[in-house]
Design a protein around this ligand. Structure first.
Ligand SMILES: [Zn+2]
Length: 498
């Protein structure tokens, strides 16, 4: 009892913003609509070019410079569309500014000697998650399938944004470049213990967009003033999930139906985010729940813009801004239940392993028991709760959706289910556990070795999360070992110079 809370508190102390950090929400950032200075942008790109991974140079760095010089019309359209849709103008300005900053930093960051080790660790991790999914998909869909490149990685000087990704559809829409960029706040760079959300970003968002959408992606929402039609996801993996929900929304899981009032919210607003969490479970197993839910709890506890919330409890708020839904994330408590349903759907046949996973979930359940009875709509501008709903039905919905996403037959995967791709099984547990033992060994150095060939970055992250969950007081040692392991993984596997 209390283990999950302890973990959340460690995450909260590791992830809290430092007083010296830039925060575009807290300060009046210098923003001017969608505009930015192309010459300054070009200078920033030039600062990182020498060290920038050569295989991304033509496809990204060079194209970015051309894009910026040519007048970024598409970004202007996107800005105007959001404002016409009623989004707050200052908020949209900051969002667009963060895109521009992220794109520049994706190249500029490599020019900073201090950042390079962290960027390499990040690149090793994100390419592992990307290649894992893509490799499996190619087995199903044939080796000739277009291959996307692993995302670029960014350490964001602005502490308020992230971890987040600009998926390749979004980047293609703004700049014409089909590539994903993943960003974490700079302070996360030397703390890979905080990197569990990367599985959500890369395996959850980037691969479904970058690879499975391909050219079949249809978009009818780019015209200024046009209401989003929802056609954005009609093709590809999220499209398959959406179509499945449309045809059988009230019976996604026999005996466990979605409540009618929330059906469209789940399908049209929250679906991709929940799917990204479920895919996190698919790629990293049950400890993804521990790392992701723990991080969500810590992030909410340290967020200065929402009401005080204790680390170790789960958020129950649907955020709105000026009466409009803000973002497309369901409340954390619902994400947690969807992830639990996904763990139960993993196809592991070994009873002892399944029992271990259930025990793990029970620790979380016991720690958060009785803390959430309602789901609240909270307006971040008005700083008050506008509406409240009983949590019970929405939690049942979350479980049904989690099971559905994990077990739906997906036409784009040849009618396979996502959990048939690369299910996390007891073998993976064992690899990660060996790393956990290594990371908590009494002396620093390799007093307890682990299998460097079997233990990919995702296994390292899972092992480190397990180690932290079991020994939160050793966070420094565990983090140090994780940094070394990811460095080794980069040196061993990362294909920087084709
Ligand atoms: Zn997301």
């Amino acid at each position: 009892m209390g283990k999950f809370r302890d973990l959340c508190n460690v995450y909260a102390s590791l992830s809290a913003m430092r007083p010296t950090e830039a925060d575009s929400f807290g300060h009046e950032a210098v923003v001017d609509g969608w505009k930015f200075d192309p010459a300054l942008f070009k200078d920033r790109i030039a600062k990182g070019l020498n060290e920038f991974p050569p295989k991304y140079r033509n496809g990204f760095a060079d194209k970015l410079v051309t894009w910026a010089a040519g007048g970024p019309e598409a970004m202007k359209c996107e800005y105007e569309r959001m404002v016409a849709d009623g989004e707050d103008e200052l908020f949209v300005s900051r969002l667009v500014a963060s895109w521009v900053d992220t794109l520049a930093m994706a190249v500029e960051g490599w020019g900073c000697t201090k950042s390079q080790p962290a960027l390499k660790r990040l690149a090793a991790t994100t390419s592992n998650l990307h290649n894992l999914f893509e490799g499996e998909v190619r087995k199903v869909r044939g080796a000739s399938e277009t291959v996307s490149q692993p995302p670029l990685v960014v350490l964001a000087p602005d502490g308020a944004w992230g971890p987040y990704t600009i998926n390749s559809d979004k980047l293609a829409q703004i700049t014409g470049i089909k590539l994903a960029v993943v960003s974490v706040p700079e302070r996360y760079g030397d703390c890979p213990l905080l990197w569990t959300p990367l599985a959500h970003e890369v395996y959850g968002h980037d691969v479904p967009h970058g690879f499975l959408h391909g050219d079949r992606h249809i978009r009818e929402t780019t015209t200024i003033g046009t209401q989003p039609t929802g056609s954005e996801y009609w093709e590809g993996l999220i499209g398959d999930l959406k179509k499945g929900l449309m045809s059988s929304a009230s019976t996604v899981v026999p005996g466990n139906s979605l409540s009618e009032a929330w059906e469209t919210i789940w399908r049209d607003i929250w679906l991709e985010e929940v799917a990204a969490d479920v895919y996190g479970i698919v790629s990293m197993g049950p400890y993804f729940l521990i790392g992701m839910a723990g991080w969500l709890s810590a992030a909410r506890a340290t967020n200065p813009y929402t009401p005080h919330h204790e680390a170790g409890t789960m958020g129950n708020q649907i955020l709105s801004r000026n009466g409009r839904p803000a973002g497309d994330h369901p409340p954390d408590i619902l994400r947690l239940h969807a992830m639990m349903a996904a763990i139960e759907a993993l196809p592991e046949g070994d009873d002892a392993t399944r029992q271990k996973w259930r025990d793990l979930m029970n620790i979380v359940r016991e720690d958060i028991a009785g803390t959430v009875s309602t789901i609240d709509v909270f307006d971040v501008e008005e700083q008050q709760v506008l509406l409240q709903y009983p949590a019970e039905q929405l939690i049942a919905d979350a479980r049904a959706i989690g099971t559905y996403i994990a077990t739906a037959d997906l036409p784009i995967l040849g009618d396979k289910k996502i959990i048939q791709l690369k299910p996390w099984a007891k073998e993976n547990d064992a690899i990660a556990a060996a790393f956990a033992a290594h990371a908590t060994a009494h002396l620093t150095g390799d007093t307890l070795t682990y299998d460097h060939d079997l233990c990919s970055p995702r296994h390292c992250l899972v092992g480190a999360t397990k180690a932290l969950f079991d020994s939160p007081e050793r966070s420094d040692t565990i983090n140090e070992h994780l940094m070394m392991a990811l460095r080794d993984q980069f040196n061993k596997t990362f294909d920087f110079h084709p």
